[in-house]
Design a protein around this ligand. Sequence first.
Ligand SMILES: [Ca+2]
Length: 340
Amino acid sequence: MTSARRVLIVDTDAGFDDLVAIQCLLRNRRRHDQDVLLTTVGGVIFAARGAATLKRIFPQQQAIVAGRNAPVMPYDPIPEWLDSYRSSKLDAFVQEWNGPAADDTDFGTKEDAENDKEHDSKDAALRAVMDRIDKFDENSVDILCIGPLTNLANWLDHDNNRCFTSKIHQVYILGGNHPNVAHTIQSPEFNFGLDPHAAKQVLESPLLANKIRLMTSSVCNMETIQSAMGEQSVKDFIVDMAQRNNKCFLRTVLRFDSWAYSISCDPVCAFCIDNPDAVTWEPHQYVRVQILDQQPSVLLVKAEGEDIEDDNDNDCRGIQIAVSVDFKKYLEWVRENVNN
Ligand SMILES: [Ca+2]
């Protein structure tokens, strides 16, 4: 009997930490000949632009499709200047890594941004996922969400007969704040903050019960990694690692991310898929997503036993929340996989 072919869907908003995560995952998957589908969600940059950028950075990766943009929330829109700043920085990275585009693609025009905003109706990612459902084996699909959860929420909406969710093995999500960290009210985590309703829908969906592993930013941000490393400077470690290899992906990333923040958050969540035992999980956590609509809207993940204001029955059980990560093992994983 042959074992089921495993599939990985990476849903990304194409930030620099996403790029490091994707580079490491793709290299590992190539070694194991595993299928990967990259879908983009508008978060750091618009979804269509993210897909175009990824196609240039990872030309060997065939399946890259654009999904939806997170709805622009009244309290936390992506200002146009920030979007074009991020895009131009990404474009500069792409030119450095791949050389100039053959067709002079310009990611930074206002017209492109308008097209990107209207792109949601096409939603190639939804079609790509739904078209592939019949080819997936049961429990064979892992999903890594390293952007707002807009796409996954949308896929759940279209999964009326549970054909898609029955194929899902696990969903790894980077987002939210850890219930035991008190600062959440004033600082919503970026991915959940851009589309809190999607986050609530995904985390409370009975279709995903016992399938979600949640990595909150609190346990994998740069400050946490640094404190786990003690005296050794993480930034120095990363710079040294990158400089030892001329064709190191990370070396190019660091030219645009001089603080090395791109090795925090998203790639740590990616690392969990390959090394779930290097992470301490709180199993069967009772989780609730709470959206407060006053100044500013915030999304909290609440643990069992805490006061919870609204009182519905949609709490999802069986979510595992990461509480700590073996960062030495993580950095070794980056070192093994970040070279081209
Ligand atoms: Ca991201």
